[in-house]
Design a protein around this ligand. Structure first.
Ligand code: ATP
Ligand code: MG
Length: 221
């Protein structure tokens, strides 16, 4: 496919990507929130944007449906990152992957006792790896959304979910007890595209790098 195809998800990723696109001189022709189009043109005839589910961004890029995309680290950890070049942490869509439990549940004690925990989550790979590395035995329950509900109805002891303000947890009488990872969104590139369209993609990477605020930068300052 000629030209450049960028995979983005609606909502926070799209909104936080606008300034990055602007730095590269790219302005989307339509707003994905109001348009039903899945392919959106831009002011630059050779650049188009496809609108996909956040968790599908790595898949589109891996299989060449898009040359590049922007995906949360959570999504990339679940996907595994095969076939993707990940040159840049953009520092957008920041949040934290946390373990949360109902107020009053003594998580540390349960872990010390070697209790077997029921954990509800959308992030099976991340949760499996986290608890395995701690030597905690868990039964994972796969959900697709509203993980907060599971402990409230007695279906799980804990959840693994993204937390930013913590307001959703608080509203449901849950508390975050352990951080699994700091999350932000990253640029991902198709490896074949990088070879065949190096000049155009290099230009985009440099523009994005100028306005990126990577998590690592804060640590090293
Ligand atoms: P869907 O809503 O289609 O099921 P999703 O919940 O993964 O998918 P978004 O809510 O748009 O999609 O989230 C996209 C990305 O933004 C996530 O993968 C994550 O990296 C990041 N993110 C999610 N929740 C937050 C949050 N509360 N604050 C900051 N960033 C977040
Ligand atoms: Mg969501």
């Amino acid at each position: 496919m000629n030209g450049i195809t960028i995979a983005l998800s609606k909502g926070r990723i799209f909104e936080e990507t606008r300034p990055l696109l602007a730095e590269a001189g790219i302005v989307p022709a339509e707003d994905p929130e109001s348009s039903r189009k899945l392919i959106i043109g831009t002011n630059r005839p050779e650049v188009r944007i496809i609108i996909v589910r956040a968790s599908d961004v790595p898949t589109y890029v891996q299989h060449g449906g898009a040359d590049l995309g922007i995906a949360g680290r959570d999504v990339l950890m679940e996907h595994g990152g095969q076939g993707l070049y990940q040159p840049l942490d953009l520092g957008i869509a920041r949040c934290r992957m946390m373990v949360a439990v109902p107020e009053g549940f003594d998580y540390a004690m349960a872990v010390r006792r070697g209790a077997r925990l029921k954990v509800a989550t959308k992030y099976l790979q991340i949760a499996r790896q986290h608890f395995a590395s701690k030597g905690v035995h868990v039964d994972l329950i796969k959900l697709y959304g509203s993980m907060e509900l599971a402990p409230l109805v007695g279906m799980s002891d804990a959840i693994v979910d993204l937390v930013s303000s913590g307001n959703t947890l608080k509203a449901n009488h849950l508390v975050a007890v352990e951080e699994i990872a700091a999350i932000s969104a990253r640029l991902v590139l198709n490896q074949a595209s990088l070879k065949m369209k190096r000049k155009e993609l290099q230009f985009l990477m440099e523009a994005f790098a100028r306005v990126a605020k990577p998590l690592d930068a804060e640590v090293s300052v």
